[in-house]
Design a protein around this ligand. Structure first.
Ligand code: PBG
Length: 326
């Protein structure tokens, strides 16, 4: 008695497996998030993210050029201001001479159109309370007052040279507000990558270290509840209606069901963000020898792509380019 079907036939050799693979991650599918800090005179290692640095302006430029040479699809830049420059409105994020806008200008001058330069369009790195929006007298986050600041921030980033602005604050109406402001200022070709389904997640812990976040408390009144998937369909549809050029699901690995649904629903490219905690879990377990680092990186990225991501923001982007098949 022989089995009628033998799926194992397609797994017999590396060449056969390569030919039969349904999903292939390429360097250009990966976007590298990068941090640049005003205060630093040397790149500062982020202790909860081994291998990731808060850059100086110079080291940022070098690392960005290296990543682009290695073939990554884009760069996502986060600014870390001097703590003294933080205020309730996050003005240092809007200021053309703030750290993020200076970094964007430098990178665009260095790299031109050789890569896709993306900017984080959110106030939390720049506010003294650490929230993504304006805090009202009663302690709530004032959605509509925040939109006004996001509009200014997006225009400043477009003017600094960002190809893509990326609202990550989960304020209602943020995509429409930013599109209007960009168009009004003549930035018709600046694209919006909407963090559409962004969940309130423990996995952002190391990121808050990385940007020296001042947050006390949490973001549960604006970021999504991890219990909900239907809600993310609503968020994605709204962002598409409001004019998002790309939509994103974040975090990635615990939200592959949400990612799959977004991919089915979306008429624009879908991104997934493998966030700081996802990076750190792999990096820490690998440091202890508990999992194989390279296999965990490629497996995680392959599975995120298989679930429906067209591209992936990941702190592994630069090292991963060396692991991917040509
Ligand atoms: C907000 C923002 C956050 C991340 C990206 N953009 C932090 C948050 O929402 O608390 C997290 C990214 C990561 O964890 O890697 N500007």
């Amino acid at each position: 008695m022989f089995p009628a079907e033998r799926p194992r036939r397609l797994r017999t050799t590396p060449a056969m497996r390569r030919l039969a693979a349904e999903t292939q991650v390429q360097a250009r599918d990966l976007v590298l998030p990068m941090f640049v800090a005003d205060e630093n005179t040397t790149p500062r290692p982020i202790s909860s993210m081994p291998g990731v640095y808060q850059h100086t302006m110079d080291s940022l430029r070098r690392a960005a050029a290296d990543a682009v040479d290695a073939g990554v699809g884009g760069l996502m830049v986060f600014g870390v201001p001097d703590p003294d420059d933080k205020d309730p409105q996050g003005r240092a994020g809007i200021d053309p001479d703030g750290v993020l806008n200076r970094a964007l200008r430098a990178l665009r001058a260095d790299l031109g159109d050789d890569t896709v330069l993306m900017a984080d369009t959110c106030l939390d790195e720049f506010t003294d309370h650490g929230h993504c929006g304006v805090v009202a007298d009663d302690g709530s986050i004032d959605n509509d007052a925040t939109l006004d600041l996001y509009q200014q921030m997006a225009v400043a980033q477009a003017e600094a040279g960002a190809h893509v602005v990326s609202p990550s604050g989960m304020m209602d109406g943020q995509v429409a507000a930013i599109r209007l402001a960009l168009d009004t200022h003549g930035h018709h070709n600046t694209a919006i990558l909407a963090y559409s389904a962004k969940y309130s997640s423990a996995l952002y812990g190391p990121f808050r270290d990385a940007v020296g976040s001042s947050l006390q408390g949490n973001r549960a009144t604006y970021q999504q509840d991890s219990a909900n998937a239907r809600e993310s369909r609503r968020e994605v549809l709204l962002d598409l209606e409001e004019g998002a050029d790309m939509v994103m699901v974040k975090p990635a690995m615990l939200y592959l069901d949400v990612l799959r649904e977004a991919a089915e629903l979306s008429t624009v490219p879908v991104a997934a963000y493998q966030v700081s905690g996802e990076y750190s879990m792999i990096a820490a377990a690998a440091e202890r020898g508990w999992i194989d680092r390279e296999r965990a990186i490629t497996e995680s990225l392959t599975c995120i792509k298989r679930a429906g991501a067209d591209f992936i923001l990941t702190y592994f982007a630069d090292v991963a380019t060396g692991l991917l098949e040509r």
